[in-house]
Design a protein around this ligand. Structure first.
Ligand code: SF4
Length: 700
């Protein structure tokens, strides 16, 4: 019996835990935490522990499928690739390059996204390349760019052990980032304090020294009032702040009106608690801030980010070990994919399509004309769906993600996907709710079966390697992209023999930039713990923290303090839809359950979706525990089973986001049937966490 151990990185959330993987007879038999790895030191959560069952689960797609008269039909690779490439070329020649769009998952490797960017932005001539990081971190990205001039998270996980205050807002990290949460808990046991801002009494709020149970969506008002108190009560060293921040005078003027009494009325947080929180921040030696989808799934997401950074900057909690914004992504390679250009505004190497010099640098590197790269941002994924409805977009290529479940206003999304002249889906499993609608389905390999680089949330580059061979004809995503590109006529430009060759080409676009990977090679990543970027040379140890010299990549080198006003969420409760619906993650599942829904314990336990409702509301609505209930918004209806819990305030209900029609729970349990596709105007991130609904008991 052949038995081998391999180092890898977890393919789920953006924490990037190191894994010790045991392969027996070409099957992944066991996954443990990698001892001594700086992120998790041997610890992992249940998602990673269950990887062997997911990898070997039934439902793997083994052959390409093309839709024929009788539906999706198994074909050979040549036929599937030539069909997809031919249709793409037809659509481009008939409607122009912007009639095609790509949407991938944030667990794709940087090599895969590099190829897709080169194909779409450099050769076809459209910027319509999107990534599921649009649903997760695009507001964090724009928040950092507007405040410090770059999408480069400044902190690292080692800051957790140096902090004495954690400000955790809109982030149920006990469920979504459990390994980081344990490190926070350990630091709390050593005396650090924890402030949690959350409209729910979440598992994370349960450990808080102060739980601020805010009215959903009102964080900008809270943050402004905290900043007001910091300034008014003498916690801001204004002379120092002015050395590294621009905009203090304007912000002070703006914040004069944001006294705690005003914020208390908007947020439903007592003014005394706002003042107490501000004083705790003012007195802290080193404060780390964590935020997540409670901020980002919002029509005011970027302003929430900016006003949180204002607090850190004003209180001197930035650019110091143990202090600053510690942003952690929802998916494994979300940061890497932004840095390789996987949003419709970006180009590889942290460049922008709006910047002529950036377009010129990339075009020269790709040996193409600068005019080939469009100066116009491509469509966000929500605008892509709108484009499918209007006919502006005719073809969508989906890779390693499941937009029929993950996007808001799911009925509208499904109608849009059905209108596509061509829907290509690359996935490891079939059916998914999206692959069922496809014209072509390509079978892809997954983590453990392919090789490429992830860049995790603390800017750490790591290699995931192919450690098992697969049965069937599935291929790595980068190879499928190359095959389609070749069949479209781009043979010379796509002549790679390995993902390593793709990486070496991408690396050239990172040199002298914050994402500098000049010192990264596959061999180095095999031999040692991956370095944190930038890492410009082979003998460079990597960069754990950024901007500790208080020099930010903005014109005058200073960070921006930004005066932001609170605006209400896009849709407010009203007479017909009097409740606010919040959505969130469960510990047992990842995103749309394409993988975790195949676990046996999940099949046994996930028979329904729950809708939790406050006891006062439940009594008023005649709803009891375990009643079948239905929530309705302007966009649709979702069913669930009532959980009567004192977790949310009156008027606020909550449900998990994961449950599409397939894999167990049945039709009509998907929260996104009712959620709102309104977006933050700066980040184009949809307001997945706030919509107006009514709830009623389903009469049998
Ligand atoms: S915390 Fe995230 S990276 Fe770590 S094992 Fe769990 S899912 Fe994987």
């Amino acid at each position: 019996m052949e038995n081998n151990r391999h180092k890898s990185i977890c393919p789920y959330c953006g924490v990037g835990c190191g894994l010790d993987v045991n392969v027996v007879n070409n099957r992944i038999a066991e996954v443990k935490g990698l001892k001594g790895y700086p992120v998790n030191d041997g610890d992992i959560c249940a998602l990673a522990y269950d990887l062997p069952e997911v990898i070997n689960a039934e439902g793997r797609l083994k052959k390409p499928l093309v839709r024929k008269e009788k539906g999706l039909t198994e074909v050979g690779w040549d036929e599937a690739v030539s069909f997809a490439a031919g249709k793409l070329n037809d659509i481009i020649s008939k409607y122009g390059p912007n009639a095609v769009a790509f949407y991938g998952g944030a667990s794709n490797t940087i090599e895969e996204y590099y190829l897709m960017n080169k194909l779409m932005k450099g050769l076809i001539g459209t910027n319509n390349v999107e990534c599921s990081t649009r649903l997760c971190m695009s507001s964090t990205s724009i928040g950092l760019v507007s405040t410090i001039g770059t999408d480069a998270p400044p902190c690292c996980y080692a800051d957790i052990e140096l902090a004495d205050l954690f400000f955790i807002a809109g982030n149920n990290m006990a469920v979504s980032l459990p390994i980081i949460f344990k490190r926070v808990q350990n630091q709390k046991e050593k005396g650090a304090k924890v402030i949690v801002v959350d409209p729910r009494k979440s598992q994370t709020a349960a450990i808080a020294d102060m739980h601020i149970q805010i009215r959903p969506g009102t964080d900008v008002a809270l943050n402004n009032a905290i900043a007001h108190v910091l300034l008014k009560d003498g916690y801001v060293d204004e002379k120092s702040v002015e050395l590294y921040c621009a905009g203090l005078a304007d912000l002070k003027k703006h914040l004069e009106a944001w006294h705690p009494e005003r914020a208390a009325k908007i947020t439903n947080v007592p003014k005394e608690q706002i003042i107490e929180a501000a004083h705790a921040i003012g007195k802290a030696k080193s404060m780390l801030t964590f935020w997540f989808q409670g901020y980002n799934h919002s029509s005011q997401a970027v302003f929430k980010n900016n006003t949180l950074h204002n607090i850190s900057l004003l209180s001197g909690n930035f650019s110091r070990p143990g202090a600053g914004p510690l942003t952690i992504n929802g998916e494994a390679n979300a940061l890497g994919n932004r840095w390789v250009g996987a949003l419709s505004t970006l180009l590889p190497g942290m460049r922008s399509v709006l910047n002529y010099e950036h377009r010129e640098e990339v075009a020269n590197y790709w040996n193409t004309q600068v005019d080939k790269i469009s100066p116009t941002p491509g469509l966000s994924i929500i605008d892509t769906i709108k484009g499918l409805h209007s006919g502006e977009v005719r073809a969508l290529w989906v890779c390693a993600t499941n937009p029929a479940v993950s996007l808001p206003n799911a009925n509208w999304v499904e109608e849009g996907l059905k209108k596509a002249d061509l829907l290509i889906v690359q996935d490891i499993f079939h059916p998914t709710e999206t692959s069922l609608l496809a014209n072509v389905v390509f079978p892809a390999t997954q983590w453990g079966e392919k090789t490429g680089i992830f860049i995790t949330s603390e800017r750490r580059a790591e290699l995931i390697e192919k450690i098992v061979d697969i049965e069937g004809d599935a291929k790595p995503d980068y190879e499928i992209i190359q095959m389609v590109a070749n069949a479209m006529g781009f043979k010379e430009e796509f002549a790679y023999n390995s993902p390593e060759e793709v990486f070496e080409e991408f690396k050239g676009l990172t040199i002298n930039r914050i994402c500098d990977m000049g010192g990264v090679t596959y061999d180095r990543l095999r031999a040692e713990t991956g370095p944190q970027l930038p890492c410009p040379a082979l003998d460079h140890k990597g960069t754990p923290r950024l901007f500790n010299d208080y020099n930010f990549p903005r014109l005058d080198g200073r960070a921006a303090l930004l005066a932001r006003n609170y605006i209400e969420p896009a849709e407010l409760p009203n007479e017909k839809f009097p409740f606010i619906l919040l959505t969130g993650k469960s510990a047992a599942h990842f995103n749309t359950r394409t993988r975790t829904g195949r676990l046996q314990h999940s099949k046994n336990n996930s028979k329904t979706n729950y809708i939790s409702i406050n006891p006062v509301d439940a009594k008023r609505m005649g709803i009891a525990e375990n009643d079948k209930v239905e929530a309705e918004s302007k966009r649709g209806k979702v069913k669930g089973v009532a959980r009567v819990l004192d977790k949310t305030r009156e008027g606020v209900i909550f449900m998990n986001m994961h449950y599409g029609d397939l894999l167990g729970v049945g039709k009509g349990m998907l929260a996104n049937l009712v959620t709102n596709n309104a977006c933050d105007m700066h980040s184009k991130q949809p307001e997945l966490k706030f919509c107006a609904v009514n709830i009623s008991k389903i009469k049998n």
